[in-house]
Design a protein around this ligand. Structure first.
Ligand code: HAM
Length: 430
């Protein structure tokens, strides 16, 4: 009988990987708690209209990537209702904010979530049809300070702290502002005009976007279209004074906290609810992600609550692709191990220095990468240095030199073995 496999684009998470997933989630929870965030859990499916109105009909997500079905409920009221597996969680959080009257507290709401999202994308490394997000949203009535640039900077500074605590190396924060809803409208109109005479030269997808949602043309990856895209007007030319001031305040607060960023005038993001600040964190080479190098994305959505029939409640948030975060951590851990020397030779006492150097000479001549310690050092210092620099440590004491049998400690396995001098090269190369 044919075996049954997991659906394309979905995967099983197994031990020992799940240990790393739990560690990442525990670290995120601990950082979020320090910044005053509480957890929210919303359903994995919602009525389709939530995403059509919130994320936008013309976005790739809503127009082609959602898992949508008609409910076969028994009750008249359920039957025929269009439901969708959530492709993202911001719309669901704002729906819950409105539904539970959270605005009435007058307080800023700081909410985080960890959970699966669903998009029918072409699966590849770092891109799945069921993937996990770790996200957070800050929102509230305007008098709670929810529209302050301070909140944008706080969220970005928290992300920098989280990535650093997780040990992610080489991240890059790209920052932009898509302006207010009015700025965006004027910019869209200008883009439409600028694209009109040249759009026949664009790829098929972009020809459609040039009419339906011209901002989306900007983050197209199609190499043939880049020249036209580079010549298009920039959103910054359409910022109102308020939008510009807000962006300047975000940057000043980031500078004060020493959070590095790069301004990217083309960063418009693929969801329609964004206003003003938008951002993405990427990781460069060695991330194991290839082209799917956006680790997380987010921005401000000052009009989303009203688009969903709620009160005025500006907000800002982000979502980290947890699958991509894990892939990056794993690739960077391998890179660290690969960069280490094969062995660290540790003489026990100054009298063993010559013998240690001689052993290092033999091993280096056999093609191994080796560092030598010093007999002056305490054992603890030798251990710590060896662990940082090399995968294995060879202890050179008087007994070892006389017997020709050496103790070799393997840091990655946490094991210790006794090996004859003639076996050392083979064991260190394996
Ligand atoms: P997004 O950019 O669509 O934003 O997704 C955020 C992150 O989720 C991406 O940067 C990526 O790491 C990950 N991601 C997206 N699609 C996939 C996939 N198919 N496979 C694996 N990972 C994926 C949002 O979802 C917004 N709700 C973020 C936000 C929150 N904005 C404001 N608040």
């Amino acid at each position: 009988m044919a075996t049954i496999k997991a659906v394309r684009g979905t995967r099983d998470l197994l031990p020992p990987d799940t240990t790393l997933w739990n560690h990442v989630e525990a670290t995120a929870r601990s950082v979020f708690a320090r910044y005053g965030f509480g957890e929210i859990r919303t359903p994995v499916f919602e009525v389709t209209e939530l995403f059509a109105r919130g994320v936008g009909e013309e976005t790739d997500i809503v127009s082609k990537e959602m898992y949508t079905w008609e409910d076969r409920g028994r009750a008249e009221s359920d039957r025929g209702q269009s439901l969708t597996l959530r492709p993202e969680n911001t719309a669901g959080v704002v729906r819950a904010y409105i539904e539970h009257g959270m605005t009435d507290t007058g307080m800023l709401q700081k909410l985080f979530y960890i959970g699966p999202q669903f998009r029918r994308e072409r699966p590849q490394r770092g891109r799945y049809r069921q993937f996990w997000q770790i996200g957070a949203e800050v929102l509230g009535p305007p008098w709670s300070g929810s529209d302050s640039a301070l909140r944008d900077a706080e969220v970005l500074e928290m992300l920098a702290t989280l990535l650093t605590e997780l040990g992610i190396r080489g991240w890059r924060l790209a920052l932009n502002s898509v302006g207010s809803a009015e700025d965006r409208q004027r910019y869209s109109a200008a883009l439409r005009d600028a694209l009109e005479p040249v759009k026949h030269k664009l790829c098929e997808d972009n020809q459609r976007r040039a009419e339906t949602n011209p901002l989306r043309v900007l983050d197209s990856k199609d190499p043939g279209d880049q020249e036209i895209i580079n010549g298009l007007p920039k959103i910054s030319e359409f910022w109102s004074d308020d939008s510009r001031a807000h962006f300047d305040q975000v940057k000043a607060a980031l500078d004060a906290c020493s959070v590095p960023y790069v301004e990217d005038p083309r960063l418009v993001r693929g969801l329609d609810y964004y206003t003003r600040t938008t951002f993405e964190f990427t990781v460069g080479g060695g991330s194991g992600l290839g082209t799917q190098n956006a680790l997380l994305g987010g921005g401000r959505y000052d009009g989303l609550s009203e688009m969903l029939g709620g009160p005025k409640a500006p907000g800002i948030g982000f979502a980290i692709g947890e699958d991509r975060l894990i892939l990056t951590l794993q690739a960077q851990a391998e890179e660290t191990e690969a960069a280490k020397l094969d062995a660290f030779v540790a003489p026990m006492g100054v009298a063993q220095n010559p013998a240690a150097l001689k052993l290092a000479q033999e091993l280096r001549r056999a093609g191994l990468g080796v560092e030598v310690g010093d007999g002056n050092w305490r054992l603890k210092k030798s251990f710590e240095t060896a662990d940082k620099l090399a995968r294995k440590m060879i202890i050179v004491g008087e007994d070892e030199v006389n017997s020709g049998i050496f103790t070799v400690k393997d840091f990655s396995q946490g094991e210790q073995a006794k090996l004859a001098r003639t076996e050392l090269v083979g064991a260190l190369k394996s």
